[in-house]
Design a protein around this ligand. Sequence first.
Ligand SMILES: *Cc1c(COP(=O)(O)O)cnc(C)c1O
Length: 392
Amino acid sequence: MSKKDTKIVEAGRRKAWTLGSVNPPVFHTSTVIFDTVAEMTAAGRKSHEIMSYGRRGTPTSFALCDALTTLSGAAGTVLYPSGLAAITTAMLAFAKAGTKVFIADSVYEPTRYFADHVLAKFGVEVIYYDPLIGAGISEMLDDRVSVVALESPGSITMEIQDVPAIASAAHAVNATVILDNTWATPFYFDALAHGVDVSVQALTKYVVGHSDAMLGSATANARAIDTLRRQSGAIGQCAGPDDVYLGLRGLRTLPVRLTRHQESALTIAKWLQGQRRVAEVRHPALPGAPGHELWRRDFTGATGVFSFVLEEDNETAITAFVEGMRHFKLGFSWGGFESLVMFYRHLSRIRTAAPWTAGPVIRLQVGLEDADDLIADLADAFARYEAVIERN
Ligand SMILES: *Cc1c(COP(=O)(O)O)cnc(C)c1O
């Protein structure tokens, strides 16, 4: 078996799809023309590897799906027009009226919004659990649970979950385990090997890697793939060919980019630990971070996103911190080549099972710039923050 770096270069490059070129062409198509009824029937039966209709896939999307499937040792992959569409469709595919869906308290906020405002509308009971609950979740689960949805590390607060323990408790009641694996990517966390049935990626982030496309994927094991494919198809999910191509292009260089994101983020996280206004650095690879031991046990690396907690919540000071930065740009999302900064002053609003009582949080996406330049940028930001605090 090849190593992941090799797989990521070679996977999905079937000649039937690439036509002999290194990369598959970008297929812009709706209708596919068949010479015979037999050919049409055969294509319809294998619509995830032979073109039958644009929405059902083209060699461009087959190549990306196959690459993601191979990388995860999975049974198949479905693509979506965004990461959010991937997570919501995966949850819809397995949730049923009259059942309960358990969701980690630190999930991506729009996932939470979907559960509260869409799933709930269809008679699904939505329950949030403490992301650090581990095997203890089994006490909360019963045979009315259809889905357990994890995200590890959690968004913003970065808790690493005990994925194998939670997955085995979920499987004991026949629930489907869905994990949002966007942070680690399949490169640093083997979701399916740790008990996950459906591993979701906002490909928009590190896989696309250049902040120029919206794209999502859900990669499933043999137990879940048929339902996932049928239900996603029923809803009409598909992704645009140019974005799919950018996803595949980004995937090829993912490991080298991640190595650099990882190295610089860790350097900066350690530097932040020495700053006097920082109450806590939440980077899964740092000892003491929530779930750090689980990260060491289960992950093979860390990417470029992490957070730190400030001692003092002062709106003017935080604004001064984030507004004047030269390299860290203020913006949503992450995973591109560029550094980003984001701040959260009202986290308690989106944490119910594990209430947030610490201070305001700054989240960084550490890009591919020189780490010393980024540290200098942060040092200046702390000076601006400090100046406001001292004035008060
Ligand atoms: C950004 C993000 C998403 C959503 O992805 P989009 O492509 O922006 O819809 C989902 N999950 C996590 C963890 C994310 O960070």
